[in-house]
Design a protein around this ligand. Structure first.
Ligand code: SAH
Length: 336
């Protein structure tokens, strides 16, 4: 497990809380951040630790891995806004210069850390970041909801949903329900987005097709979890707006097409997974054909009052399907 530089999401997390990333060095050295968020523990490919102040003088351990490990959390605790992130390849020869400068660097960083503790602690968790945290805890982790996939939960905690709703509805962005996005369409309820994403079982190497871009929010969530997202929206102004929003927010592994998603996107097929966020009255055959062998599709099917969300698994020429949730999506339109 190597760590090279600071994971971009870490910077975003720190920033979202009005905190500073103090040190952005690469291994062998240490990055120390201020954060009020336990969620940072899950930054990929990193070790994320809480460090007690009593251990400060021992840092770093000569000639070996850092002493900062899970067991070092005994003793008086730092305020929970202080975390330490460091490379698992933290190995420094005891006598060389690099080692010494690393020690001094770390000590200076710790001094700065000390200076800033009070500032960060004084700041309550507010704004959209806090609302997202609350959304995850109360809507996704709640009993009966039970979203379990940690990567999905992280994406939901990171993607700024308020950026995908009309400005006038921004303050409702994290409520437990869908919201209008114009042109008679809606952005799905956060739980439904998380549930469908979890059912899709996205892998980091996947290429995913979405039918029904809408606001672009579902595509943004997926883009944090897979290599590439292709998304099709039949209402052209919505497609254009979502494309612009995704670009503005830096989701550059998402490609948007204005068109009829019933036909899929043959140029980029086959897809590892397909997610459909509007409801056809039957499963479109072109989408089944554009799913790779072993691929998964999540799709609502049926009339408005009687829709079921289906999970499909393609195995050779066979397609297994199971109904997983009663839902209510806007109907899939067809272009002439
Ligand atoms: N996933 C969206 C919400 C989707 S709402 C989000 O995260 O915001 C469903 C969307 O499907 C609507 O925008 C609607 O215009 C679109 N849609 C309906 N029929 C379609 C079709 N045949 N092809 C592509 N998009 C379609």
């Amino acid at each position: 497990m190597g760590w090279h530089g600071v994971h971009p999401s870490l910077g975003l997390f720190a920033k979202a809380q009005g905190c500073d990333l103090l040190n952005e060095a690469t291994p062998p050295s240490v990055a120390i951040i201020f954060s009020g968020r336990d969620g940072l523990r899950t930054v990929p490919n990193s070790i994320f630790l809480r460090r007690p102040p009593t251990q400060r003088k021992k840092f770093p351990s000569p000639g070996g891995h850092s002493r900062f490990n899970q067991s070092s959390t005994r003793g008086p605790k730092l305020p929970n806004s202080v975390f330490c992130l460091l490379s698992s390849e933290f190995r420094i020869p005891p006598t060389n210069r690099a080692y010494n400068s690393c020690v001094y660097g770390a000590l200076i960083a710790l001094l700065l850390l000390r200076l800033c503790i009070s500032v960060c602690d004084a700041q309550p968790l507010t704004g959209f970041f806090a609302e997202r945290k609350q959304m995850v805890e109360e809507q996704l982790l709640a009993p009966g909801r039970d979203i379990k996939n940690q990567r999905v939960l992280n994406a939901m905690a990171t993607v700024p949903r308020h950026e995908f709703v009309p400005k006038a509805l921004e303050k409702f962005a994290y409520v437990d329900g869908p919201l209008p996005i114009g042109y008679g369409q809606t952005i799905s309820q956060p739980f439904v987005v998380a549930f469908m994403t979890e059912q899709l079982d996205p892998k980091p190497t996947d290429r995913v097709l979405e039918i029904g871009t809408g606001s672009g929010y579902q595509a943004a969530v997926l883009s944090r979890l897979v290599t590439e997202v292709y998304t099709i929206e039949i209402i052209e102004p919505l497609a254009k707006r979502a494309e612009a929003d995704l670009k503005r927010l830096g989701y550059d592994n998402v490609k948007v097409l204005a068109g009829d998603g019933y036909r899929g996107w043959p140029d980029h097929a086959p897809f590892d997974a397909i997610i459909v966020t509007c409801a056809p009255d039957h499963i479109p055959q072109p989408l089944v054909e554009q799913l790779r062998d072993g691929g998964r599709m999540v799709i609502p099917v049926g009339a408005l009052e009687n829709q079921q969300l289906y999970l499909l698994q393609k195995q050779g020429t066979k397609v297994e399907q199971q109904a997983i949730l009663p839902v209510r999506f806007v109907p899939m339109r067809r272009s002439p």
